[in-house]
Design a protein around this ligand. Structure first.
Ligand code: UDX
Length: 442
């Protein structure tokens, strides 16, 4: 194998596209493969098929370098690649909390017949612990190169909205390997990052698989912890924002992922904790992670409690009440609406008879496609016109920076529920708004 291995990236969704683009910019020859012809056409044409700050510029740079190309033909992968990264999704199964591994299985079974020489297959997808062992036997039994094909696991921790930064400057790299050869290949595939002194943990396959779900479980627990404190604050008249600030000064606790509000959503945290509970149950260690059920339940309650707050502000009933819903994406700087708390709230409001107008700076197309029955506005002003309650549900900078007087001119009543603790209550109250947020006194 050459000093600089050639890389294939299988699956060019959010994770794979980012990985393929960044690796090409780092100097590797990269081939991105996906079964979705529209995605491949867009990427080949220099268009990123989702919203991610900084990525379109990186894609242009990678394509201009001549080191990156895309294809729908997985047969090309075998001849091209020394290292094959598996970057397909592992969504929650339709009928159970388990992870749906069909895409991982499909990609491995369609890649294997093309592996005719020694190579390393590297899993990056988030999978239940034990998957790598199963995939190793699948690969080695059906690849013509047999046991000269090895599997490693390299979990990916990138955050949406920070994908480029997290890929080019990760907090750490985790290399799950079963041989010194696999480790040496991974080291050559990540050489520029190792030269930049990114910390590396070298471990076995099950630990590498577990690191990712453990990290996401910890983050989810931290968010639900502060949201549980918010519930206590609500009944005691305490202020969760000040509580969180006070906790954050203790370096053992820290302030990150301690922002109270509507809770977590997206394509990772919610499904990862559910899949982890399910897998632990299967393995007979369910009791060890049973607290994650409570983490999930606290998080789900936030959505209904936000609706309760909006109803209370509207005077006890939502029937016929016009609500301006600011935000649809699961978090700012993303157009991802998977398990988006904002859209859940909008749908719960509609179920109680409210007229909801949704506005989001980037996620409108995705929201319209997924929930065509909601009303959508093309601007904050349009969404706010005549509203009896404004609900801030995703903390985009555009919403954080809103001028309360400006917004006040559009609404029917100056009522605002700050679902993300993104606004300064004093400023809004001084402009005669009734400002409310979960975990803060009215
Ligand atoms: C997460 C992990 O952070 C990342 O390491 C992993 O690779 C994928 O899953 P992501 O889903 O992009 O990344 O979003 P993240 O920034 O973690 O936010 C998740 C959710 O938690 C969002 O809905 C966000 O609004 C919410 N959140 C985050 C809070 O409610 N409070 C906080 O303090 C932090």
């Amino acid at each position: 194998m050459s000093a600089k291995p050639r890389l294939t990236v299988l699956g060019t969704g959010y994770l794979g596209a980012t990985h393929a683009i960044c690796m090409a910019v780092l100097g590797y020859e990269v081939l991105g493969i996906d079964t979705d012809a529209a995605k491949i056409a867009a990427l080949s044409d220099g268009r990123v098929p989702f919203y991610e700050p900084g990525l379109p510029e990186m894609l242009r740079k990678a394509l201009d370098s001549g080191r990156l190309r895309f294809s729908t033909d997985i047969a090309e992968a075998g001849g091209f690649g020394d290292v094959h990264f598996i970057c397909v999704g592992t969504p929650q199964a339709a009928d159970s909390p388990a992870a749906d591994l069909r895409y991982v299985d499909q990609v491995v079974s369609s890649l294997a017949p093309h592996l005719t020489r020694p190579c390393l297959v590297v899993g990056k997808s988030t999978v239940p612990v034990g998957t790598a062992a199963r995939l190793t036997s699948m690969l080695q039994s059906s690849a013509p190169a047999g046991t000269a094909v090895e599997l490693a696991w390299n979990p990916e921790f990138l955050r949406e909205g920070f994908a480029v930064e997290d890929t080019m400057r990760p907090d750490r790299l985790v290399f799950g390997v079963s041989s010194p050869w696999a480790l040496s290949v991974l080291e050559s595939a990540f050489a520029p990052l190792l030269e930049a002194s990114v910390p590396v943990v070298v471990t076995d396959l099950p630990t590498a698989e577990l690191v990712k779900v453990a990290a996401n479980s910890f983050l989810a627990t931290k968010i639900s912890f502060i949201n549980a404190m918010a519930e206590v604050c609500e009944t005691t008249g305490a202020d969760v924002q000040q509580l969180a600030a006070s906790l954050s000064y203790d370096p053992r606790i820290g302030g990150r992922f301690l922002r109270p509000g509507l809770g977590f959503g997206g394509g990772c945290l919610p499904k990862d904790i559910r899949a982890f509970i399910h897998r632990a149950d299967e393995l007979g260690v369910g009791q060890a992670v049973s607290f994650l059920r409570e983490v999930d339940a606290i998080n789900q309650r936030r959505r209904q409690r936000t609706v309760d707050l909006i109803r209370a502000q509207a005077g006890g009933s939502l029937a016929g009440v016009t609500v301006c819903a600011l935000g649809a994406a699961f978090k700012p700087d993303s157009d991802d609406i998977r398990d988006a708390p904002a859209l859940d709230v909008a749908r719960l409001l509609v179920a109680e008879g409210a007229i909801v107008r949704v506005y989001d700076p980037q996620a409108m197309d995705n929201a319209r496609r997924a929930y065509p029955d909601l009303h959508y506005a093309d601007s904050v002003a349009e969404a706010a016109t005549g509203a009896q309650v404004v609900a801030l549900l995703t903390e985009w900078d555009q919403f954080r920076e809103l001028d309360p007087e400006w917004l006040g001119d559009y609404v029917a009543v100056r009522n605002i529920v700050d679902g993300r603790h993104a606004l300064d209550p004093t400023t809004w109250r001084q402009a005669s708004w009734d400002y409310r947020a979960l975990g803060r006194a009215a």
